[in-house]
Design a protein around this ligand. Structure first.
Ligand SMILES: *[C@@H]1O[C@H](CO)[C@@H](O)[C@H](O)[C@H]1NC(C)=O
Ligand SMILES: *[C@@H]1O[C@H](CO)[C@@H](O)[C@H](O)[C@H]1NC(C)=O
Ligand SMILES: *[C@@H]1O[C@H](CO)[C@@H](O)[C@H](O)[C@H]1NC(C)=O
Ligand SMILES: *[C@@H]1O[C@H](CO)[C@@H](O)[C@H](O)[C@H]1NC(C)=O
Ligand SMILES: *[C@@H]1O[C@H](CO)[C@@H](O)[C@H](O)[C@H]1NC(C)=O
Ligand SMILES: *[C@@H]1O[C@H](CO)[C@@H](O)[C@H](O)[C@H]1NC(C)=O
Ligand SMILES: *[C@@H]1O[C@H](CO)[C@@H](O)[C@H](O)[C@H]1NC(C)=O
Length: 316
């Protein structure tokens, strides 16, 4: 019994040292223990220990859980703020992106305006080129020997010499082929071709023209312009051709000597005015020749001849 009591007392002492708070409870239980049996005291102590454990656990849970919750709340709130910051950053980036897009659009608009201006400038330049380079790029037709009048001649075919007169194969003496290359719009070249004066056949004046060798030698030609004579629009050339050759003198009568450069409209289709030039007819040619042959293949309307004041060659 004594031994057990000592153990009890020791347990009390342990309890006292462990838990300082419930001293009065311990005293009352000790008083009850004195009056009741040992097993009951053990049970009570055991429950008391459990109670303390529960209280301690309650305190721990009471303090720790809220702390954890608060911490979690804090972490959550931190994470929220971080998210908000991220959102805010994204929004800023989007705003920047939008601004950049607006700037790009603005730049594109400016470029378009520049392009438009450039196009307008190019058009103006082209228009200026037609007017100014007409004189600048015009090749002065200074011929080596003479301008050779021809008739009954087709592209690539042999040239047939034309002579002054008013019959088949003739040209008007004072309206000779050289008048088409003299730079004077008041003079003209009149050729009857397969007809005589007063004729009215469809072929009158067709397949006529001239050829020459340039005094200056090899020259690149890539444009041609025809000018109307003083009267009779029906005599105006409509379809013309230009050939080039490196041959000279007698060899130029041979069709094999010639290379076709242009075979198309004269540029006089809509021109009714007299002693004026049509639009320059440009063509792609990169080869220089020293001799050129011009032929008329169609005229404006029925007549006994073909006539024109000038044939101008260009090197653009
Ligand atoms: C025209 O040339 C052809 C050959 O190409 C010839 O037969 C014809 O007689 C020529 N016409 C004249 C009027 O010389
Ligand atoms: C004419 O001569 C020039 C210069 O030699 C040359 O470039 C061109 O090819 C020649 N043309 C022909 C048809 O031979
Ligand atoms: C004409 O062509 C022939 C053969 O190609 C040549 O021998 C002759 O020298 C040429 N004549 C002239 C004047 O160029
Ligand atoms: C020249 O052009 C006419 C059409 O205007 C065509 O009938 C003819 O075949 C052409 N000649 C050559 C040699 O290309
Ligand atoms: C000539 O006039 C007609 C009708 O107006 C037009 O279609 C054509 O392009 C004109 N040709 C030239 C070379 O100006
Ligand atoms: C010249 O050649 C270019 C490219 O092939 C073409 O675009 C142009 O229309 C040609 N010009 C003429 C007058 O034929
Ligand atoms: C061609 O001439 C005839 C007769 O003079 C005329 O009736 C016709 O209208 C003319 N055609 C053109 C396209 O000028």
């Amino acid at each position: 019994m004594n031994k057990i009591t000592v153990v009890k007392e020791n347990l009390h002492q342990i309890h006292d040292s462990n838990s300082t708070k419930p001293k009065s409870i311990i005293k009352t239980t000790t008083e009850e223990q004195n009056t009741s049996s040992c097993c009951r005291n053990r049970k009570r102590k055991f429950f008391f220990v459990i109670l303390i454990v529960i209280v301690v656990l309650a305190i721990i849970t009471g303090i720790l859980i809220p702390t954890v919750i608060i911490r979690q709340d804090k972490s959550q709130s931190i994470s929220i703020t971080t998210t908000t910051r991220t959102i805010a950053k994204t929004t800023t980036t989007r705003t920047i992106a939008k601004t950049t897009t607006t700037r790009t659009i603005a730049k594109t608009t400016t470029t378009r305006t520049i392009t438009k201006t450039t196009t307008t400038r190019t058009i103006t330049k082209t228009t200026t080129k037609v007017t100014t380079t007409t004189e600048k790029d015009l090749i002065k037709l200074v011929v080596k020997n003479k301008v050779n009048g021809i008739f009954n001649t087709t592209i690539g075919g042999n040239s047939m010499k034309s002579t002054p007169g008013k019959d088949i194969g003739n040209y008007i003496d004072k309206e000779s082929p050289d008048k088409a290359c003299d730079g004077n719009l008041k003079t003209k070249y009149v050729s009857f071709g397969g007809c005589r004066e007063g004729g009215n056949q469809k072929y009158c004046g067709l397949n006529t023209g001239f050829y020459f060798e340039l005094e200056r030698g090899l020259t690149l030609i890539n444009g041609i312009r025809i000018c109307t004579a003083n009267d009779r629009r029906e005599r105006d050339p409509m379809i013309v051709s230009l050939e080039g050759s490196n041959q000279s003198e007698a060899n130029l009568t041979l069709g094999i000597s010639w290379t076709l450069l242009y075979n198309d409209t004269s540029g006089l289709e809509n021109i009714t005015a007299r002693n004026v030039c049509g639009l320059p007819q440009l063509f792609n040619n990169t080869i220089e020749y020293k001799s050129y042959r011009f032929l008329v293949h169609a005229r404006q309307n029925q007549s006994d001849c073909v006539q024109y004041s000038e044939v101008q060659l260009y090197s653009f």
